[in-house]
Write a protein that binds this ligand. Structure first.
Ligand SMILES: Nc1ncnc2c1ncn2[C@@H]1O[C@H](COP(=O)(O)OP(=O)(O)OP(=O)(O)O)[C@@H](O)[C@H]1O
Ligand SMILES: [Zn+2]
Ligand SMILES: [Zn+2]
Length: 897
């Protein structure tokens, strides 16, 4: 930060940072340049590289500083990444430009850079791409450098500008005197100023300091300087963006830099909006009988207020009554009303905040919760697995672990899998910690993300709740990281690189920041379970639901026998009865189906023709949102849409059969068979609009529907006590996927969805329909038997050296050219086979070979988890991959398709 740099601390600072001096030769810095869109074409491939810049002697630059650098014809923002001694090879020294300025010192902490570097190394991703993944979009472009006067600057510009008119002769004397620098003469003149009350003592001292430390004050007389000082002085807050000054005054950039050196102005990054809530004036009626001391107009206002329940926003009251502000004021003076500031909830994320929960205080913990909490509080570092069955009160443990941290000035980071569950969780955190809570996820607009980011940089204790990328939230003084539903695969990024897993990054971050990481789940991932068995992770368990509520019994319905007995409906008789009872008892239910849309494919009844996506090797899914809505065929891979044809393109038959059910089809069937049931559909089709999650959930909570029908989204952490029934319409789609994690994922999803039932006073019930009731996953879900299931599953993984007993790296190759990608895969695989200590599987086409007109191939590298083999040099691999083929190195892949 630039303060009034009167004492010119630049030299001292160099020694301060990390305690080392930089040798004279170290005069270059590599900068991550924030290239503006209009210049991207000049950057092309180089856009992924760091640009070297010379460091002017007077600037002290450290990694993590935000800089301004010349790029093309303009000056743009950038981050200092590392200091280097010599220009990188292949770059001519005379082409290298100089850093323009330091905009913000130490924007990023050292531990943050270490984290970036670790991600870069582990995920084989250039540092710059890691930084791009971590920073909110356009951070640097939006980081408008602003300029304001320092105290000394204000004094000088007052003297040189406004005082001019008031005290012409004295002013002239001063300018003459100060031209000679620090002199007795100039000091005397200044004293005269002071004695004549033209300046106050603060100004006097500032100017003295300035004269003493900066002997060359004659520079202040520079015309450009004066223009800038005058502009800054004329605005009450005295601050402008540098861009604005550049437009107003020619040569502003240089002049501002010089003025900053003189300590007259300072530059800074615009401060984040306050974390504090917006306040708005509310009017409260205090008297209900009106004496004769009021006017008719005033009486009217009071009547309106009374009819509205005695409380209104001032603005609203003024608008409705058309009254003048003075009318309200005199009513307040007479004691009929009170005007007070009340919190107004603002912005998207805060919209309706608290509408689901209201305010909240700490609950008395159960025995198990108390045990877990004290273990978490005792721990200083390391990873803790909190294995608590659904509804065991993990969230309450998190809340109570965080509370004392905030008190002690530390911050907490809470990661959740998906946005669908965030509104409810966020509300719970807000109800407990108020405005200290902010939300960070990709659903926010760029602006909102940017604001939240800056808010995190202000060192106040706070709680950030976010999805995957929030692991990079720049919180300083982190006291605790929580990953809720840690088993969830959305914590893993498949593409673009870095293909990081937030849980992996979280362990590093906790290590670097010296804080505890808590992984919470009812169905911990096998990786996490193994780590706890190997004592790498502390294992804590909440084996029971709160208030000793039982886990809901899971009834398995064999849909084959339903069919044999003549029931062709998608609802078994058991589920049907349960749905009817639901309404009689005025209770609510959740129906789960793992696919959105209507049907997975449509085929001609007479010739068997299946409509496929022209761009992908998949059939199109049929979509019809409601009766009478357009009938569409949509590709779930590339989003291609086409109207559903009236007749078969091959044989002209008008009859189609719809296979595979999605949420829309279930909704239509429900409407047909149970017209009186009110249904809310909750899937990615209905929740794509901003705030839709919250609105739909609020409707459901308010009892505006009997059934919440949805996909995966429902399974994640919803806590709705009034839900007594959970129905799984068809479990089979989840069970028969080819990848080695299919069983684990199916068990987790089904257990989680079952866990939504019976969380309140009324006992719950789960009805699970399937065509393969004998499947081990179904057996395990029925018995809520995590232990047996994982024991069997781990055995199988071990036999095949799959994670967690082996590690995988998946190379994903794709190209519009089918032949080139196949060839490239062969070449790379051949290169890899030259190495030792790992196994190569493939190359093989991906299970859906063509997506969005790109042909996809894969090569799997498998190796033991601990003894890291001599892995191939990935740069070399990238080198041999032709430009026409894109290559992603997915480390620890989760989705292998
Ligand atoms: N000690 C307690 N006393 C009373 N109620 C509690 C207590 N702890 C938690 N609860 C309540 O129990 C319900 C379930 O808790 P919570 O949602 O935290 O469970 P969870 O373990 O996170 O569940 P899941 O893994 O299924 O999301 C919540 O409504 C919560 O307010
Ligand atoms: Zn046909
Ligand atoms: Zn497609």
């Amino acid at each position: 930060m630039y303060t009034t740099s009167i004492a010119s601390p630049t030299k001292l600072k160099v020694a301060e940072v990390g305690g080392r001096y930089h040798s004279v030769t170290q005069r270059l810095v590599e900068v991550l340049v924030d290239i503006p869109p209009e210049l991207v074409e000049f950057a092309t491939k180089d856009g992924h590289k760091l640009y070297p810049y010379f460091i002017p002697t007077e600037l002290d630059i450290q990694p993590g500083d935000i800089l301004s650098v010349p790029f093309g014809a303009s000056v743009v923002g950038g981050i200092a990444i590392r200091l280097i001694n010599n220009p990188p090879l292949g770059i001519e020294t005379n082409k290298i430009k100089q850093v323009e300025d330091v905009v913000h010192k130490h924007f990023f902490q050292e531990s943050y850079w270490k984290l970036m570097e670790r991600v870069s190394q582990y995920y084989y991703t250039p540092l710059i791409q890691v930084i791009r993944a971590a920073l909110p979009p356009k951070l640097l472009a939006k980081s408008q450098r602003r300029v304001r006067l320092t105290v000394a600057g204000a004094a000088v510009s007052t003297l040189t500008n406004s005082v001019e008119e008031q005290s012409q002769p004295l002013f002239q004397k001063f300018s003459q005197a100060k031209k000679k620098g620090f002199s007795l003469e100039s000091c005397i003149v200044l004293l005269l100023f002071y004695l004549q009350n033209l300046i106050d003592s603060e100004y006097l001292i500032s100017i003295f300091c300035l004269l003493i430390f900066r002997n060359s004050t004659k520079q202040i007389h520079n015309v450009t300087f004066n223009k800038i000082l005058r502009i800054l002085l004329l605005q009450t807050e005295g601050d402008y963006s540098l861009v604005f000054l550049q437009r107003q005054v020619q040569g502003a950039t240089r002049a501002v830099r010089e003025l900053a050196k003189l300590g007259l102005v300072e530059k800074y990054i615009e401060q984040a909006r306050s974390v504090r809530p917006k306040l708005q004036k509310a009017v409260i009626l205090t008297a209900y009988s009106f004496a004769g001391d009021i006017t008719t107009r005033q009486r009217e206002v009071l009547e309106v207020l009374r009819r509205r329940g005695g409380e209104m926003w001032l603005a609203e009251l003024l608008q409705i009554t058309g009254a003048a502000a003075t009318t309200i004021k005199s009513l307040s003076n007479k004691g009929y009303i009170v005007i007070e500031e009340r919190e107004l909830l603002r912005s998207e994320s805060d919209e309706n905040a608290g509408s689901l929960t209201g305010t909240d205080t700490a609950k008395t913990l159960t025995y198990d919760q108390t045990q877990a909490l004290s273990k978490i509080r005792e721990s200083q570092t390391g990873t803790i697995l909190l294995h608590g069955v659904t509804g065991s009160g993990k969230t309450e443990v998190y809340l109570q672990a965080i509370a004392p941290l905030l008190e002690s000035g530390k911050s907490a980071l809470v990661l959740v899998p998906e946005i669908g569950l965030t509104p409810q969780l966020t509300d719970r955190f807000r109800a407990r910690f108020g405005s200290k809570v902010s939300v960070y996820h990709s659903g926010l607009s760029d602006g909102e993300r940017y604001d939240t980011w800056r808010q995190m940089l202000n060192k106040e204790p706070q709680v950030v709740i976010g999805t995957r990328s929030a692991i990079f939230a720049p919180l300083s003084n982190l006291g605790l990281i929580i990953l809720d539903e840690e088993h969830d695969s959305s914590f893993k990024q498949d593409s673009p690189i870095p293909t990081y897993h937030a849980r992996t990054v979280a362990t590093w971050r906790a290590e670097l920041e010296n804080c505890v990481l808590v992984l919470g789940s009812a169905t911990p991932a096998l990786e996490t379970l193994i780590a706890s068995q190997q004592q790498k992770t502390l294992y804590l368990s909440l084996p029971e639901r709160v208030n000793s509520r039982p886990l809901p019994p899971v009834e398995i319905i064999d849909m084959r026998s339903e069919l044999q007995q003549g029931n062709k409906s998608m609802f078994s008789r058991t589920l049907r009865d349960a749905l009817i009872q639901l309404q009689e008892k005025k209770q609510q239910g959740i129906l789960f189906i793992h696919r959105r849309g209507h049907s997975t494919f449509v085929s001609c009844r007479s010739c068997g023709y299946v409509v496929e996506c022209p761009h992908c090797d998949v059939s199109l899914s049929y979509h019809q949102t409601e009766y009478g809505a357009p009938q569409l065929l949509r590709c779930h891979y590339c989003n291609y849409v086409t109207p559903h044809a009236r007749s078969c393109p091959q044989c002209d038959s008008p009859k189609f059969k719809f296979f595979g059910s999605g949420t829309q089809k279930v909704a239509q069937e429900l409407a047909r068979e149970f017209p009186e049931l009110r249904v809310i559909r909750f899937d990615s089709d209905t929740t794509s609009n901003k705030g839709a999650h919250r609105n739909l959930l609020t409707q459901f909570i308010n009892g505006e529907a009997d059934i919440l029908l949805g996909t995966q989204m429902l399974t994640k952490g919803l806590d709705l006590p009034q839900v007594t029934l959970v129905g799984v319409v068809a479990a089979d789609g989840l069970l028969h996927l080819s990848d080695y994690r299919a069983s684990e994922r199916a068990f987790q999803t089904l257990t989680q969805v079952a866990g939504r039932a019976g969380r309140g006073e009324e006992p719950g019930r789960v009805i699970l329909q399937t065509y393969t009731p004998e499947h081990p996953v179904i057996e395990a879900v029925r018995g809520h038997d995590y232990k047996t299931f994982t024991a069997i599953e781990l055995e199988q993984r071990q036999a095949l050296n799959y994670p967690p007993f082996g590690r995988l790296i998946l190379l994903r190759l794709s190209s519009v050219d089918a032949v080139q990608v196949a060839n490239a895969s062969e070449i790379i695989a051949a290169f890899l086979r030259g190495g030792e200590g790992y196994e190569i599987l493939g190359p093989a086409p991906a299970s859906i070979m063509r997506v969005a007109n790109r042909y996809r191939w894969q090569i799997m590298v498998k190796f033991p988890p601990n003894a890291l083999p001599q892995l191939p040099n990935w740069d070399e691999v990238r080198e041999i991959c032709p430009d026409s083929v894109s290559l992603t190195i997915d480390v620890d892949p989760l989705n292998i398709m």
